[in-house]
Ligand binder design. Sequence first.
Ligand code: NDP
Length: 289
Amino acid sequence: MTKISIVGLGLMGTALAETLIKAGHEVTVWNRTDRKAEPLVALGATRAADVAEAVRPGSLVIVCVLDYATVHDVLRQASLEGTTVVNLTSGRPAEARRTAEWVRERGGEYLDGGVMAVPQMIGGPGALILYSGSQEVFDRHRAELGALAEARYVGADAGLAPLLDMAMLTGMYGQIAGATQAMALVRSAGLPVSDFTTTLLLPWLRAMGELLPGWAAEIDDRRWETDMSNLGVNDAVLEGIAVAMREQGVETNLLTPLQQIVAKRIADGHAGHGLQSLIEEVHPDLHRS
Ligand code: NDP
């Protein structure tokens, strides 16, 4: 079994370490606050006295700390010569690219990861970790990485995993914004939101979600026409919803930005286009073309 070091034993690092120990790997752990290592030592982990003891030539080092600045602060305390660093700390694409370069300059190999799971999901079904950077590292350690979550390699550019991670979170936040605004309207009628959410909203969002691949294909092909509902129609619907919300005493702040962008597209002469064409407003290259 591979010798693995886990650097950072917060909620996520602890879940990663626990899963790898249970999968039978020889795991060394290090954390700034030493006592967090104790439950893992009880499970069979070795506690490193300092970072340099955890980060040794030939070791697979999984880092999961607060942010990339902390990754640098911590890894600076060891030589990276001959090490393999898998960084599962969340951050921006540019930070991942800089860190990949920084590790390589110090003689290490680098793979970045975006964790699409909460700690409780690690090692279980539904957990996904996106990886980018060294494909050699990914292929060599596929088994260990696969013990943590479904492991998906997305490309040699180390920034890709964080970029896709952020893109997925963005989609989630949009859904949360829409659902929250919808629940506020339901609540304004004195109805409990739980029944509405399970019996109406969730099936509706699932059905609408099925349309996304079609929209995505239209965006890739820059096809802005629609046979579904154009911006003019959606503008009227959005205005109706906004007025209804106000009549019910509900603020529309989560919906207003979408309404404004639809109105702007119409003012610019695109009333006949579909909702997929809104991407032209947020993606400068598409806008110029
Ligand atoms: P925690 O707050 O539980 O843990 C943070 C970790 O960072 C601890 O090990 C902490 O050490 C360490 N740390 C913070 N500052 C320093 C420092 N200056 N020097 C050394 N170590 C430091 O966070 P999580 O474990 O939840 O998150 C870790 C990473 O995983 C984050 O980037 C997060 O975005 C990402 N992630 C988390 C998810 C989650 O659901 N929790 C989901 C997906 C990604 P100490 O114990 O000493 O404070």
